[in-house]
Ligand binder design. Structure first.
Ligand code: SAH
Length: 215
């Protein structure tokens, strides 16, 4: 997701430390203290403008959600939504998905979502894909035993790469959808990219993958 530079964005993030902690590493092992209720924490890595996390949080008040996003100019859109909604179960983490073990303690996170991650189609950029082994190791480190990653994309190449990468890593698949919108999956919450790409006729792939911690 590319947006024009917004020089005021960082100032805006600084104005709302109750939603966007200035130093997220301070909360490693203590994220529950940032929410109204102590309940399972789910995160999305690469939240973009935050439509998914905000609507998931509204639909599931029994879960605490953290949006992890690297780009200041994008994360500010999540913040704007949260300022309006003031949801007690949403926090925003300005950071890099490859540093998750610096932000979270082992098993602190119950479930991890990836939605429409950047495809990085060139082989020389494969390490940047959010389903590459470098990232999977980070996810495994913050999830409980048999922790799950739920991933959606319209990009067939990235989906195939992800199936291969996760399987080579030793994960197994609970379920795989080759055409999510034509399936009987209930409770799908659409992301911005999902709305955009499915309206163009692209089909949406989805998978639920599980870490085997006893490998
Ligand atoms: N999930 C949203 C946005 C998808 S675009 C949707 O489905 O509409 C992918 C997003 O991932 C971009 O906003 C990009 O800035 C973010 N991203 C890419 N690499 C990242 C990383 N290493 N850590 C955190 N976010 C990342």
């Amino acid at each position: 997701m590319r947006l024009r530079n917004k020089p005021w964005a960082q100032d805006k993030l600084n104005e709302y430390p109750q939603y966007v902690p200035a130093d997220p590493t301070e909360y490693k092992g203590k994220w529950q203290s940032r929410f109204e209720k102590e309940q399972p924490i789910h995160i999305e890595v690469g939240s973009g403008k935050g439509q998914f996390i905000i609507n998931m949080a509204k639909a599931h008040p029994e879960i605490n959600y953290i949006a992890v996003e690297i780009q200041t100019s994008v994360i500010v859109s999540i913040l704007e939504k949260q300022i309006e909604e003031a949801l007690p179960n949403v926090q925003i983490l300005h950071g890099d998905g490859s540093d998750l073990s610096e932000y979270f303690a082992p098993a602190e996170i119950s479930l991890l979502y990836l939605n429409f991650s950047d495809p990085w189609p060139k082989t020389r950029h494969a390490k940047r894909r959010l389903t590459s082994p470098i990232f999977l190791k980070q996810y495994e480190g913050i999830l409980p035993e048999n922790g799950e990653v739920h991933f959606k994309t319209d990009n067939q190449g990235l989906f195939e790469h992800s199936l291969e990468s996760m399987s080579e890593y030793g994960m197994y698949f609970k379920q795989v959808w080759l055409d999510l919108h034509k399936s009987d999956f209930e409770g799908n919450v659409m992301t911005e990219y999902e709305e955009k790409f499915s309206s163009r006729g692209n089909r949406i792939y989805r998978l639920e993958a599980v870490f085997r911690n006893n490998k």
